[in-house]
Design a protein around this ligand. Structure first.
Ligand code: C2O
Ligand code: CU
Ligand code: CU
Length: 479
């Protein structure tokens, strides 16, 4: 991890960034299932942070300003290699956090083939470290996709989407304080959300990509801090979604728009064969109330200008994979977990998981190998992408309730019957949208490791304050 400069756009001066191997985003790590890997994460960053650090949260005034710890999102790894937020370390490993002091991480890659991503996870500054550039893609490949006759290299491309705001001199802008600070608000202070005014794909602002008139596979990752996207193509052509967070879906889902929340991945096939000599824009639907001057309704452009090198024999399969339902398992525990919003001593929003802060005692202790249902009850006014480490889970359903009534007397009155998952949510997930005034139920089997992990909202401004909690997988026979 180093500081360096990189051009984000032709018309912009180089931007100072933090990145893995001096790249933004970091290098795409591409490996085969079962091929275990060791990575030594080396912090070679300056002592001073690139962005404003709020020292009023998580006792950060007493800690080194620049701390890093890398998490491989969606991976099945031991706690020591998972990037626990308190397993941070400073430059040259000189100072270390209170948990798991380890620099070489082990990745077994023994899970289902899929698109993962690695990013920083340091306590209280994750939003700043990731915004500075510490994120990259990580692909685990299986034998199945090689036999499937779907587009592959060089017609399989990662698309890492994120938003940033830049200053005139090309430097990154990140707010030092929320929009309406009072005299009480610390400076710097965390903001409850961050939305950038420019969209980047693979480190370039509003780029274009030249394609042949044929099928492509795009592994799309939303690596933004807060922003979700509603993807669609300006040509009106469909997106064929074949995969989600945890690999192939049961069946291909033909969609006109696809929602992607922070940290989610969608694997899609796009067919450009009918669009020779045309340009197609990958767009972001901002909804009916969008500001007409808001340019974030565009993501990138595909120019169908390259000659077709050879006939495209690839297909868009209908059937993709079998996903055994976890519902058949014995359910060891059902946990009701509320997403709630309060105000802190400075009058700032404080978002919590089940009314508990990071530092409160661990309350979620699933037994090794057991299956649990987590009912996420969102009583805040907006949706949160909830992520659980270690596992890939399944969405059971979502059920709407009357939030106004809940706010009056704390009772949950359902306003509808449970809604089943959308077709593109019928695969494995590690991050799930939990909308406001709904109960989102997920089912997961906690295995194969015991020990301390975390679950959190993946809006990084929420995760840092304070929508993150530890959980501990315990072995009931061996405590
Ligand atoms: Cu992608 Cu705990 O995070
Ligand atoms: Cu994760
Ligand atoms: Cu959130």
């Amino acid at each position: 991890m180093e500081e360096f400069r990189q051009k984000l756009h032709r018309d912009l001066r180089p931007t100072t960034l933090w990145g893995y191997n001096r790249q933004f985003p970091g290098p795409t790590i591409d490996t085969d299932q079962g091929n275990q890997m060791h990575i030594k994460w080396i912090n070679n960053l300056p002592d001073k942070h690139l962005l404003p650090v709020d020292k009023s949260i998580h006792h950060l005034a007493h800690q080194p300003e620049v701390r890093t710890v890398t998490h491989l999102h969606g991976s099945v790894t031991t706690p020591e290699s998972d990037g626990y937020p308190e397993a941070w370390f400073t430059k040259d490993f000189k100072k270390v956090g209170p948990a798991f002091q380890q620099q070489v991480y082990h990745y077994p890659n023994k899970q289902r083939a899929t698109t993962l991503w690695y990013h920083d996870h340091a306590m209280g500054i994750t939003r700043l470290n990731v915004y500075a550039g510490l994120a990259g893609m990580y692909i685990i490949r299986g034998t199945q996709e090689r036999e499937m006759n779907i587009p592959n290299d060089p017609y399989e491309i990662p698309l890492i989407i994120m938003d940033r705001t830049t200053n005139e001199d090309g430097s990154l802008y990140y707010p030092a304080q929320p929009n309406n600070p009072t005299t009480n608000t610390p400076n710097p202070s965390i903001s409850p959300a961050f939305i950038g005014d420019k969209i980047l794909v693979n480190g370039k602002i509003w780029p274009y990509f030249e394609v042949e008139p044929r099928k492509y596979r795009f592994r799309i990752l939303n690596a933004s801090n807060t922003r979700g996207y509603q993807l669609y193509l300006s040509s009106g052509a469909p997106l064929y979604q074949i995969g989600s967070d945890g690999g192939f879906l049961p069946n291909t889902v033909k969609a006109n728009t696809i929602n992607i929340e922070p940290a989610e991945r969608v694997d899609v096939i796009v067919d450009f064969s009918k669009y020779k000599e045309n340009s197609i824009i990958l767009k972001n639907d901002l909804g009916p109330n969008a500001d007409p001057d808001d340019e974030t309704n565009e993501i990138m452009q595909f120019r169908v200008q390259l000659p077709l090198k050879q006939r495209d024999h690839t297909i868009i399969p209908t059937y993709l994979s079998t996903i055994p339902s976890l519902k058949q398992n014995k359910i060891k525990a059902v946990r009701n977990l509320k997403l709630i919003g309060l105000n802190d001593d400075y009058g700032r929003p404080l978002l919590l998981l089940d009314n508990k802060k990071w530092g409160d005692p661990i309350t979620e202790t699933p037994e090794l190998g057991s299956t649990e249902i987590w009912s996420i009850i969102n009583v805040t006014g907006f949706s949160h992408p909830i992520h659980i480490h270690l596992v890939q889970f399944q969405l059971l359903d979502r059920r709407a309730f009357d939030l106004a009534h809940y706010n009056k007397d704390g009772r949950i009155i359902y306003t509808d019957s449970p809604a089943p998952p959308q077709p593109n949510e019928k695969g494995w997930k590690d991050t799930i949208s939990a909308p406001s005034a709904q109960i989102t139920r997920v089912i997961s089997k906690f295995a194969p490791y015991t020990g301390k992990y975390v679950w959190h909202c993946h809006i990084l401004e929420h995760e840092d304050y304070d929508m993150m909690r530890p959980f501990k997988v315990i072995d009931p026979n061996n405590q």
